[in-house]
Structure formats: C-alpha cells, structure tokens
Ligand binder design. Structure first.
Ligand SMILES: Nc1ncnc2c1ncn2[C@@H]1O[C@H](COP(=O)(O)OP(=O)(O)OP(=O)(O)O)[C@@H](O)[C@H]1O
Length: 269
C-alpha cells in the first residue's frame, strides 16, 4: 500500500477509512471479507454502505465502530485512529435493543447514566430527544407496550442523547414492516437534517440509501471492495421530505436503475 493512501489528514473533520481490510479465519480457512476499502465521510454528512448480501458492509461498519479490529488499514475520526468502541461513535442495530425492565425515559437516559454524565441529571436532554423521535407521550411506559417501530425510535433517541460525533447504524429498520420502515426513514431524515448529524448506515434497501445518503459507497463482494461511490442529491434537497417526493424527483429513476444494475452484476438481486 502506498504511503499516500494511508496518509491521514489530522485536520480533517469526520471519518476517514483508509485501505481497510479484514481477513477472518473460518474453520482453519482464511476468508478475505474486505480488502483495500477507502472512503471519507465529511462531518455532518450521511454515508450509506450498500451492496449485495455478504459483501462486507457490516464488517466495515464494525471496524468503524471499533468492535472489530482491521487486518490492514485503518479508520480515523477527526484525525484520531479508531482503536476500540467509544461514545463518540454511537451504534443502532437492527434488533430492538431497549432494556425491557426500564421505562422509555430511563432507556433513553441509560447511556448518559453509564457514562456518569451530568446531563443525566438534566431531564431536558432526554425530553428533547424523546420529542425529536415523537415519543414524548410514551416516556413513562415500558418497551413491551410499544410497537416495533416505536421501540426502534427509543433506540435512536438513546443513541442521539449521548450526542455522539458519529451515528453508526446497521440495518436499523431491517426488522420493520414496509410502512413503518418508511415512517422511520422519513423521521430519520428529519432528525439528521435538524441535528446535522454525521451518520454511517448499512442497508440493503435502495430507496432508503437514496433518500438518506449524501454519499453511497457501493461494495462488490468476495472480497468486499469499493465498486463505486455515488452522491445522490435528495437528502440535501428541500423538496424531498417523503417517499412520494423521492419517487417523483426527476433524478430518482435513473439513480435507482444504476444501483439495481450494479446489484444484478454483483449477483445480489
Ligand atoms: N466472524 C466471522 N467469521 C468468519 N467469517 C465472517 C465473520 N463475519 C463475517 N464473515 C464473512 O465476511 C463476509 C462479509 O460479511 P458481512 O456480514 O460483513 O457482509 P454484509 O454485506 O454485511 O452481509 P449482509 O448484507 O448479508 O448482512 C461474509 O462472507 C461473511 O460470511
């Protein structure tokens, strides 16, 4: 790998992924899951990792989270190399990760308490993020009293309340039915625009990628490499707020087609 490819710009705000590689050992067999993956996520932008099943999306995200150690290359946040999990990088997973024995309010406050944050004393932080995800009226109920979509909003509010520098999301809406999924995508679009969040999100869903991403990093598989990087115009457009707006946008059909063609080439659909 060249010195320039690995060079980090310590002044750059946001995430830098440089020549990232991961080799797993599977029953004595070496599996090259990801190889030579490089891209940048500027602060306050949303980057979507898209590609066919098994192309290494989750592996790349887990290395960005510090949950998986790279075999080669590195990830840095604001010029600092990622060496393990940190509250600067908040995670939201596909499954419902709320604590069943805690009320919604206490689930959202949980991360703050664990981190001994003085903000935990400030009910305002929790109330603010409950309001942002539309759950103010449900602050004092338990997660089992909520629908799947609402529980995923609790997970989102909890991640946001920690005010991470970056939100990392692995198929956060993958377990939801189609209609709830759309509601969540529109809600997330609204939240990340207002909070000006830096987000990296893994998805299989082409519409989701186009609605939410400033940048789509499309990975090919075996091993996972960057096939192409796209820059959809929809998230930064004032005229796209809903699914209907997205689908009727003049650039939507061509971009969707381009991605579906790549999925087919990679044998994903
Ligand atoms: N812990 C592990 N041990 C061995 N192989 C692994 C491990 N984790 C992932 N892999 C392999 O690495 C490759 C990439 O997996 P990964 O889950 O990152 O892909 P993905 O694009 O997120 O897949 P999907 O879209 O199906 O969730 C796959 O071939 C997978 O089998």
């Amino acid at each position: 790998m060249s010195a320039t490819a690995m060079q980090l710009d310590v002044n750059q705000q946001g995430l830098q992924v440089r020549e990232l590689g991961k080799v797993f050992s599977d029953h004595g067999r070496q599996v090259v899951a990801v190889e030579g993956v490089s891209f940048d996520v500027p602060a306050r932008q949303v980057c979507v990792l898209l590609g066919p099943s098994g192309c290494g999306k989750s592996t790349v995200l887990r290395m960005m989270a510090g949950l998986e150690r790279p075999s080669s290359g590195q990830v840095s946040l604001d010029g600092e190399i990622v060496r393990g999990p940190h509250r600067d990088r908040g995670m939201v997973f596909q499954g419902y990760t709320s604590f069943p024995w805690l009320k919604v309010r206490d689930n959202v406050a949980y991360g703050l308490r664990v981190n001994g944050d003085v903000l935990a004393m400030q009910e305002g932080t929790v109330d603010y993020f409950l309001e942002r995800v539309g759950l103010s009226a449900f602050a004092d109920v338990y997660p089992h009293q909520l629908s799947g979509g609402m529980r995923q909003r609790v997970a989102l509010a909890r991640a946001l309340a920690n005010t991470p520098k970056v939100l990392l999301m692995d198929e956060p809406f993958g377990a939801l039915d189609a209609e709830t999924r759309w509601q969540m995508q529109e809600l997330l679009l609204d939240v990340i625009r207002k909070e000006r969040m830096t987000v990296v999100m893994v998805t299989h869903d082409v519409e989701e990628a186009l609605l939410l991403g400033d940048q789509i990093v499309f990975l090919s598989r075996h091993p996972g490499r960057v096939k192409t990087i796209l820059h959809p115009p929809f998230k930064s457009s004032d005229s796209v707020n809903t699914r209907e707006d997205l689908r009727s946008h003049p650039e939507y059909a061509a971009m969707e087609r381009q991605i579906l063609t790549m999925m087919r080439e990679e044998g994903g659909h």
